[in-house]
Design a binder for this molecule. Structure first.
Ligand code: AP5
Length: 222
């Protein structure tokens, strides 16, 4: 019998390591990575009407309005690749209304991963973060430096990665996080995120393996 594809959500404060873990999870589990922030930055890069509007909110560290984000994420989730391979949804939902909208489309995850990282670590991670525009890979000047001089020379920084802006982003996160968590209590796994990225991944990998094992036993018995 064919296995149902996995549907996973990952959440956590700004710079808690969502993107980094998504690289590792998709490598092993071959899920479609859907990151709300990346979709919005693609709209900004393409200079669309939605992108221009979204940037005003992102500059202030606020949530982009639902009428832009909800449809954007829904369309990506409904595409054939996400439906066939399963998905890993990163940075969505971030408010009760976004969570409710998903539920209304009939979208229910199997697992909700919550990355827990103390606040002082978050600021340090944001300020040192760099991105490789060629591969899309996430680096950190101190914790995850580029492998070669060539990569180092082309790294870029996100426009909202300043100490001042991350404080605004953290404030927005604290305002919304509880209501989102309350929707997924039964399927939440809390992951301690203040250790090396490999150790963080080991916790996530453990939870996903357990989920797949439980499904196997279930399928054998029905
Ligand atoms: P988004 O792009 O989602 O940003 P974010 O939530 O602030 O999260 P980040 O991407 O900053 O961090 P991350 O958790 O992925 O950490 P990373 O792995 O890079 O959203 C941006 C904006 O878009 C929002 O402010 C909002 O305006 C808008 N938006 C997005 N979604 C929305 C929604 N649903 N509704 C409305 N608006 C929305 O890691 C960070 C750094 O730490 C890296 O340098 C990395 O190398 C390093 N690092 C990672 N793990 C470790 C580790 N274990 N040890 C040491 N260093 C580590």
């Amino acid at each position: 019998k064919k296995q149902e594809p996995l549907r996973v959500m990952i959440s956590g404060a700004p710079a808690s390591g969502k993107g980094t873990q998504c690289e590792l999870i998709t490598k092993k589990y071959d899920l479609v990575h859907i990151a709300a922030g990346d979709l919005l930055r693609a709209e900004i890069a393409a200079d669309t009407e939605n992108g221009r509007r979204a940037k005003e909110y992102m500059d202030k560290g606020q949530l982009v309005p639902d009428e832009i984000v909800v449809t954007m994420v829904k369309e990506r989730l409904m595409r054939p690749d996400s439906q066939e391979k399963g998905w890993l949804l990163d940075g969505y939902p971030r408010s009760l209304s976004q969570a409710v909208a998903l539920k209304e489309f009939g979208v229910q995850p199997d697992l909700f991963i919550l990355l827990e990282v103390p606040e002082e670590t978050l600021v340090d991670r944001v300020v040192g973060r760099r991105l490789d525009p060629v591969t899309g890979k996430i680096y950190h000047l101190k914790y995850s430096p580029p492998e070669t001089e060539e990569i180092a020379a082309r790294l870029t920084q996100r426009f909202d990665d300043t100490e001042e802006k991350v404080k605004l982003r953290l404030h927005t996160h604290h305002q919304n996080v509880e209501s989102v968590l309350s929707m997924y209590k039964d399927i939440t796994v809390q992951v301690y995120g203040s250790v090396s990225k490999e150790e963080v991944f080991a916790q996530i990998d453990g939870a996903l393996t357990q989920l797949l094992e439980a499904r196997k036993i279930w399928n054998r018995n029905v």
